[in-house]
Structure formats: C-alpha cells, structure tokens
Ligand binder design. Structure first.
Ligand SMILES: Cc1cc2nc3c(=O)[nH]c(=O)nc-3n(C[C@H](O)[C@H](O)[C@H](O)COP(=O)(O)OP(=O)(O)OC[C@H]3O[C@@H](n4cnc5c(N)ncnc54)[C@H](O)[C@@H]3O)c2cc1C
Length: 551
C-alpha cells in the first residue's frame, strides 16, 4: 500500500521526489490507516493533521488513545516513513480523511523523531516477521508538501482545493490492492495444495484390503475430495484474477479520459472477489493442513504459516462482511435499474434474464450450471430487495430495513461472486486451452467441471429454490463428482507440478520435490534448541523439586 498510494495519490512532482527513493528502498514505508478505535469506519479516524500557515506545516496529533495507529506492517521497528491517513483541518474546518507522507524516524540513527511514539503491537496469530506497529503523534510537524496532493490540495495560505474527481480517483489504489490480493491468495493456495498433494503421494496409511500394502493416502476418495477442489480453486481464482486485472486496466484507462461510469461495477466486483477469494483460500489451505494429518500441524510443513498469512487477508484491506455488503449495495441498485428497464453493465446483465434463467430446463453442462448460479444470485438479490421493501412498508427507515436484511444481503453478494467466478473460470479455461493438446484440454476441463459440480453440491438448497434442478439431478451430479475425482487422480501430482514451485518457495518438509518427508521432518526436529543438550535446566530447577515434593 505504501508505493501504490504514492503512485495513485501523489502529484507527478511528489512522485518524482519520493518514488525513486521508495523503489530503490532508500526509504522504507508502510501504510498507517487503521487506529485502535477504528478500522472499517474510516470517517471515524481520530488522528488529526492541522495546517499551520505560519510555518506551512501540518501538525500531526493523536488526541486519544484510540487515535493511535495500529497494525501498519513493518511499522514497529523497520520503516522510517509512513503514509498516514488523518483528518485534515485547515482554517478551522475539518475536510475529512486524507493521506500524508510522514517521516517517523531519523534516516541516519533510525531514532523516532520528536513527537512520534512508535512501537510493535506484540505477538499475533501469524505475520510474526512483519513487526506490525502502533504510532501516535504529539504535535509532530510535517511540511505542507507532504500531503498527497493529486486529488486535493491545501494551498500555502491554508485554502483547501478539492479536485472534482477526488472521491472516485482515490478508489483506484484500493481496487488495485484488492485485485493484487486475489492473485496473491491464489498463489498461496497453489503452494498449500502442492505441499498436501505431494505429501499425499508419499504418505501411506491403513490397510483397507488385507494382504495388500498400505495405500497412498491420495488414493482415498475423501482425500481427493479435500485436495482436488483446492487445485481447481487455485486455477479458478488465478483466472478470475487475470480477468479482473484486465477489467481494472480498462476502467482505469477510461477514468483517465474522464469516464467514470464503470467504476462502481469494478469496485463492486473487486470487493466481492477479494472477500470470497481470501475466505475460500484460507479455508482450503486449512483443509490442506487437515489432509496432512498431524504432520500438517508442524511449522516445518509451512501450512500453519500459509494459513495464518492468508486468513489475515480476509480481514485487512476490507473486512469480508463489510466488502460483501458494499457489493450488495451495488446489486440492490442494479436490481432496481433492471426493474426500470435501464441498460445494465455486463456483470449484472443477468438480472434482466433472471425469470428466464430460473425457469430454464436444468442441464448438467458447465453452461447450464453457470446459468443456474446466476439464477441463484438473482433470486437472492430479489429476495433481499423484497425483504427491505416489506420492512419499509411496516414503517421502518431504509437504513433499519437494510440492517435487518444484511444476513440475506451478504449471502446474495456471495452468490453473485460465485456465479462470476464460475462463469469466468469456465470461459477462461475454454479460451486458454483452445490451442492446447487434446489431453491437456481434457484434464483442464475435468478440473473445471469438478469445481462447478462441487459448488452445485455445496449449494443444493439454493439451487432447489431458484432453479429447476431436481433430486434426481443432484444424485446424478454426486455420482459425476465422484467420477471426476477418480478421473483426476492419475493427474493430481502432475497438476500440482504444473504450478512449478521451487522447494525454496514451498519451504516445506512435507512438500519438497524429492519426497524425503520423514528425513526432512527429523532433520528439522533436530534443529530445535530444546535438543541442544540431553537434560534441560528446567529439570534441575522445577521438575526434580516438583517430583520430590520440594516445590
Ligand atoms: C495481519 C494484519 C495486517 C494489517 N496491516 C495493516 C496495515 O498495514 N495498515 C493498516 O492501516 N491496517 C492494517 N490492518 C488493519 C486492517 O485493515 C483492519 O483490521 C481491517 O480493516 C478491519 O478493521 P477492524 O480491525 O477495525 O475491524 P472492525 O471494523 O472493528 O470489524 C469487527 C467486526 O465488525 C464487523 N463490522 C464492522 N463494520 C460493520 C458494518 N458496517 N456492518 C456489518 N458488520 C460490520 C466486521 O465484519 C467484523 O466482524 C491489518 C490487519 C491485520 C490483521
């Protein structure tokens, strides 16, 4: 966020001054927005930046404990600069939150500058090497030109000037980072599923048939069920990430020409895709850990670190629920536009055909399943809109009716997102494999079909409500799912090898290319400091006196 914010919100002159230094790592920075008291509600931030025209400086101050910045990555001990988001005051008026580049440590001594209180927040669930920090100010002065002035300026005399495009332009950085996160979690999921699949080919357990050797655990159908959806989801999210990136690049290009009408659609898409991809990737990485039994719990498997890293992405850069509610707001508006017969943007055009999609004869093809997912999304959006309207008829305000409907709205936004991912994955698989060999295309299609059928089986209730699927179809699809697992089994290792990770990147005793799982586990165990001496001092200090009743 440090560099993208400078790129997105600094003027060309400011960029020329700071970007080369940041990119050369002559200065190290972080993004300090979240405070102890507020994360999601950015308008509630309390850090103030008050302009002093006498000295042409901003005075940064943390008026309360809850105004302390909290969480900035690397803020505790590493960085010497920050993007600080603060309430801007000039000429006695508050103009809301704005970003500033603030130096917090001396470039030579690394000592905190006067008026800067900075430290690390303490142990966390993961991210142990990120020294996430806290930051407070006591009337710390910062030059006027350190306000990031692309979208709004404070002139020398303290006059506030806002660019006409201010609000919309600042979305760009936020959307960029969310798009990046979709890629990042797909990459981390691919790592986890590579580790777990390789391990499942090495690990043998139990003896289902007497007189036969223990099978590879990868041969158990329940193990395939745990892993193959992870492989498919890594592809689905990566393909959706590429597609979102193209959409992002197009919309940013249009914005530069002054066209901003596609931005709400991009924002709604990036929000729900960030929410669903981070959440799914985290739970599938945890499933990879389950799939590795006890050894998956070893830090040296790298699955715990991957999990704690990815599960945090569900929260930062926009909390899961909050982002889905933002998408829901867009979907409700889109539904109203569809009712009024207005032109729809591409990703919500399905709302116009919702009645047709809902009644369409069920078919098990990828196209048929995707259409049904859109019917579910439309059905859930319609149900949410009807609930809001019903509640308003009883005299509730829109805000209260909305709040009471938020559980449904989150589910509707999630359904929309899943339909978009399924549609994109299917279409992109077809496009990207159009020139592949028949055998590659066949495996990629099987993986794609597995993904779609998996989600039909996960969402049977919704489909029974909003499509023409029958109990018979569900039984047939369950069988097809099991067939797909066994069709994919011979290619499972090949599929994860195709991700092409080096051992240094996987950093896992269970997932190394050579399959020396047990040797590597023992080598790592022997590195434990507790094994450095045969008897630990705790024996003499505590255990012996305890056992002899002398404690
Ligand atoms: C590992 C990690 C790294 C981070 N790095 C940074 C960083 O570098 N810089 C930085 O500035 N921040 C960082 N953050 C902070 C992060 O961005 C915030 O934690 C995040 O935005 C959520 O805000 P919050 O913690 O205040 O949660 P809250 O907003 O308090 O959310 C708590 C709960 O309330 C719910 N909730 C909140 N508002 C609503 C609503 N309107 N409707 C319904 N439910 C709601 C949420 O869904 C959630 O369940 C980091 C966080 C983590 C975990």
């Amino acid at each position: 966020m440090f560099v993208p914010t400078i790129m997105g919100q600094a003027t060309p002159e400011q960029q020329a001054q700071w970007l080369p230094r940041a990119l050369n790592m002559e200065i190290l920075g972080t993004y300090a927005q979240t405070e102890l008291g507020h994360g999601t509600f950015i308008r509630g931030l309390e850090t103030t930046a008050t302009y002093d025209p006498e000295t042409e400086e901003f005075i940064f101050h943390s008026p309360t404990l809850t105004a302390y910045k909290w969480w900035g990555g690397g803020l505790g001990k590493t960085v010497n600069f920050c993007i600080v988001v603060a309430q801007l005051y000039t000429k006695g008026v508050c103009y809301g939150t704005h970003p500033f580049l603030v130096q917090i440590r001396d470039e030579e001594t690394h000592m905190p500058l006067p008026g800067v209180f900075v430290g690390e927040v303490g142990p966390r669930m993961g991210f142990h090497t990120a020294d996430n920090g806290y930051l407070g100010f006591d009337h710390h002065r910062v030059p006027r030109m350190n306000m990031l002035m692309k979208n709004a300026q404070v002139l020398k005399d303290g006059t506030y000037v806002k660019s006409a495009k201010h609000g919309k332009l600042s979305y760009g950085t936020m959307v960029f980072v969310r798009v990046e996160l979709v890629y990042e979690v797909a990459f981390n999921l691919a790592k986890a599923v590579t580790i777990a699949t390789r391990y499942s080919a090495v690990r043998r357990q139990c003896q289902p048939r007497p007189d036969q050797p223990e099978p590879q655990i990868l041969d158990y159908v329940t193990q395939q069920h745990k892993l193959f959806i992870g492989i498919a989801t890594a592809h689905a999210l990566q393909f959706t990430g590429y597609w979102l990136w193209d959409t992002f690049a197009r919309v940013i290009g249009e914005m530069k020409e002054g066209k901003t009408d596609t931005l709400p659609e991009l924002h709604a898409l990036a929000s729900c895709l960030k929410a669903v991809s981070t959440s799914d990737a985290a739970s599938l990485i945890e499933q990879c850990r389950f799939a590795c039994g006890g050894h998956g719990y070893m830090a040296s498997s790298n699955l715990p670190a991957l999990y704690t890293f990815v599960t945090a992405t569900r929260t930062y850069e926009g909390d899961y629920t909050v982002l889905l509610l933002q998408t829901a707001r867009y979907l409700v508006k889109a539904w109203e536009q569809a009712e009024e017969g207005k032109a729809m943007t591409p990703t919500v055009s399905y709302l116009v055909h919702s009645a047709y999609n809902r009644k369409a004869k069920w078919n098990n093809s990828c196209e048929g399943i995707t259409r049904a997912f859109y019917a579910v999304a439309a059905g859930k959006i319609e149900a949410s809109v009807n609930s809001i309207r019903r509640r308003m008829k009883t005299g509730l305000s829109f805000e209260d009716a909305w709040e009471l409907t938020t559980v449904q709205l989150v589910a509707a936004a999630e359904a929309h997102c899943r339909a978009v991912i399924s549609d994109t994955y299917w279409k992109e698989t077809e496009r990207m494999t159009s020139s592949s060999s028949a055998s590659v295309r066949s495996v990629m299609r099987q993986l794609n079909e597995l993904f779609l059928v998996y989600w039909v089986l996960e969402r049977t209730g919704d489909l029974l409500m909003y499509s023409t699927i029958s109990g018979k179809d569900v039984i047939a699809l369950q069988q097809r799912y099991e067939e797909l697992l066994s069709l994919l089994r011979p290619n499972a290792v090949g599929l994860v090898e195709a991700f092409d990770f080096r051992d240094e990147i996987l950093n896992s005793t269970l997932g190394a290319y050579d399959g020396r799982v047990y040797e590597r586990l023992m080598e790592e165990a022997l590195k434990s400091p507790l094994n450095a001496e045969p008897v630990n001092q705790s024996f003499h200090k505590y255990l012996k006196p305890f056992m002899q009743g002398k404690l």
